[in-house]
Design a protein around this ligand. Structure first.
Ligand code: PMP
Length: 355
């Protein structure tokens, strides 16, 4: 039969998001969602929203949202771009900063698995720089890679390993001739954002999200901070796809959320303290746990394989993420949940791990 599909649609291997099975209620620790609810101020903004205004398109310039983000980040609204999740912004980075068939993108071999998908989709060649044996990234190797621009997730996913701000600044300086895209999706749990460095370095774009630290994964909003030239390039590319990617309710809720720093600082501290407890409890059960600066841990058991751990947990109603990929197939990525969720995970492990 004749195929009506483009070569791209036929051949692309899309990103696989974490599963959402509906056969029963799971303890869901597989997509790094925040266990706490959004800020009361965000919820109040939702309730106060004038839903009759939904007959209109949302604010095109997203002025109020960009002002709220700018105030929280210590930059100007001209330095802020907002999108439908940071995934959308990362996607737009490819047409905005990389030429099809050009010198390409460079990123780590073990990092956010959307980067190679975007590269393939937009026809951008890419180089994957191997992480060290201990899963740290030697930034000088990334600097040495031939590329039009580089992407670094900090903290990295799925390893959780964070790179100190001082090293990031030296890296941005060493790559002054090309764009550096820093994916700070998990930065709230590390607290070393490079967003303010965008005032100093025109080649730096910092991408963040409301999904993790702001407990708003269901709203789908992310933002980027950078100099106006980079922000404008993203906007021009966005306007070739969709002029209104961030809906009106989302704009209002996210603006309120980012204004409630005190609430989120408290919840983030709870996640961080649970992360430390969970890491220690996993180590006590025979896992080697990478040092995490994120809201998840990456752990490998000494005797039981990663796929087996994932399946045994799933059978007991606990979802974690397993990647059947070279170097990391022995590991599971486990989201740090509430104390109760983490206890449920530990109890499920105790039910099948060898003593
Ligand atoms: N970057 C990294 C490293 C992530 O793990 C995720 C979440 N899967 C994202 C970006 C995208 O998050 P969102 O689209 O929800 O903002």
């Amino acid at each position: 039969m004749k195929s009506f599909l483009s070569v791209r649609a036929r051949e692309i291997a899309p990103y696989t998001a974490g599963e959402q099975p509906s056969d029963k209620q799971y303890v869901k620790l597989n997509t790094n969602e925040n266990p706490y609810p959004p800020s009361p101020k965000a919820l109040a903004a939702y309730r106060a929203f004038d839903f009759s205004s939904l007959r209109l398109y949302p604010p095109l310039e997203m002025r109020a949202l960009r002002e709220a983000v700018a105030a929280a980040e210590g930059v100007s609204p001209e330095n802020v771009f907002c999108g439908n999740g940071s995934d959308e912004i990362l996607a737009l980075c490819f047409p905005a900063f990389f030429d099809e068939g050009g010198a390409g993108a460079a990123f780590a071999d073990v990092t956010y698995s959307f980067y190679p998908v975007f590269s393939e989709f937009f026809g951008v060649p890419y180089t994957q720089v191997p992480l060290e044996e201990d899963f740290t990234l030697d930034l000088s190797e990334l600097t040495a890679a031939k590329a039009q621009g580089v992407l670094v997730a900090n903290p990295n996913a799925p390893t959780g390993i964070g790179i100190p701000l001082g090293e990031i600044e030296a890296f941005v300086r060493a790559n002054a001739e090309r764009v550096v895209i820093l994916d700070e999706a998990y930065m709230p749990f590390f607290g070393q954002s490079a967003a303010l460095l965008t005032k100093k370095y025109e080649n730096l774009l910092v991408v963040k999200t409301f999904s993790k630290g702001y407990s708003l994964a269901g709203m789908r909003c992310g933002y980027a901070v950078g100099c106006p030239a980079l922000v404008d390039a993203l906007a021009r590319c966005r306007d070739c796809f969709n002029s209104y990617p961030v809906d009106a309710v989302c704009q209002a809720v996210c603006a309120a959320a980012i204004g409630d720093g005190a609430y989120y600082a408290e919840k983030t501290a709870l996640v961080v303290s649970e992360r430390e407890r969970l890491s220690a409890e996993l180590a006590a059960r025979g896992f080697s746990v990478l040092p995490s600066s994120a809201n998840f841990v990456f752990a490998k058991h000494g005797e039981v394989g990663g796929r087996e751990v994932y399946e045994q947990l799933r059978a007991r109603g606990v979802l974690v993420r397993h990647f059947a990929k070279p170097r990391i197939a022995g590991y599971c990525r486990i989201t740090v949940g509430s104390r109760e969720q983490n206890d449920a995970l530990l109890a499920a492990l105790d039910a099948f791990l060898p003593r």
